[in-house]
Design a protein around this ligand. Structure first.
Ligand code: GNR
Ligand code: NI
Length: 171
C-alpha cells in the first residue's frame, strides 16, 4: 500500500473530467486500496481519484465514527430524491477552508463495488453530502464552486501564496 499525493486548488488538474472505469481489475483495486489508506491518513471522510491525479471514476468514503465502514464507489451516479441541507464543507484539496454549501438531503446512489458488482443505496445526512462532494470532484467541480466568486477568489489567492511560500522553503 502507498500514500498518494493530493492535488490542491487551484491546480488545473482538479478540473479534469474523469472517465468511466471499463473493468474492475487488480490495478483498479490497488488504486482503491491506496486511496483508502490516503483518506484515512489525511484524515478525511472521502477521496476522489481526481484528487490524486488519476482521472477515472473511483471514489472512497467512510463517514463512520469508528472509521471502519469503507465504501468504494466505481462509476457512481445519483438521482436526487428530495430535500435540501446545508453543511460547512471542507476539502483535502482546499486545506484549511470551510464554507457553507447547500446540497440535496436525500439521494439514490448507483455504483459498482470493489468486486465489480453493481449496487444501489439511498443516502442521507453526511453520507449524501459526501457522495455529492466526491462525484463533483470526478466532474472537475470543487466545493468552492458552490460559494460566491469573491470568497472563492480570496481562498485561491491565499492558497497560491501558501504554495509559493512552501516552494521557497524547499529551494
Ligand atoms: O474530509 C472531508 N470532509 C468533508 C466535510 C464536509 C463535506 C465534505 C467533506 S469531504 C472531505 C474530504 C475530501 O476532500 N473529499 O473530496
Ligand atoms: Ni474534496
Amino acid at each position: 500500500m502507498a500514500l498518494l499525493d493530493i492535488l490542491e486548488f487551484p491546480d488545473p488538474r482538479l478540473r479534469t473530467k474523469a472517465k468511466d472505469v471499463k473493468e474492475v481489475n487488480n490495478s483498479i483495486r490497488k488504486l482503491v486500496d491506496n486511496m483508502l489508506e490516503t483518506m484515512y491518513e489525511a484524515p478525511g471522510i472521502g477521496l476522489a481519484a481526481t484528487q490524486v491525479n488519476v482521472h477515472q471514476r473511483v471514489v472512497v468514503i467512510d463517514v463512520s465514527e469508528e472509521k471502519d465502514q469503507p465504501l468504494v464507489l466505481i462509476n457512481p451516479t445519483y438521482q436526487i430524491i428530495g430535500g435540501e441541507q446545508e453543511y460547512d464543507e471542507g476539502c483535502l484539496s482546499v486545506p484549511g477552508y470551510y464554507e457553507t454549501v447547500i446540497r440535496a438531503e436525500k439521494i439514490q446512489l448507483n455504483a459498482i463495488d470493489r468486486d465489480g458488482n453493481a449496487f444501489e443505496m439511498q443516502c442521507d445526512e453526511l453520507l449524501a453530502i459526501c457522495v455529492q462532494h466526491e462525484i463533483d470532484h470526478l466532474n472537475g467541480v470543487l466545493f468552492v464552486d458552490h460559494i460566491s466568486k469573491l470568497k472563492r477568489e480570496r481562498i485561491k489567492a491565499k492558497l497560491v501564496k501558501a504554495h509559493k511560500a512552501e516552494l521557497k522553503k524547499h529551494r
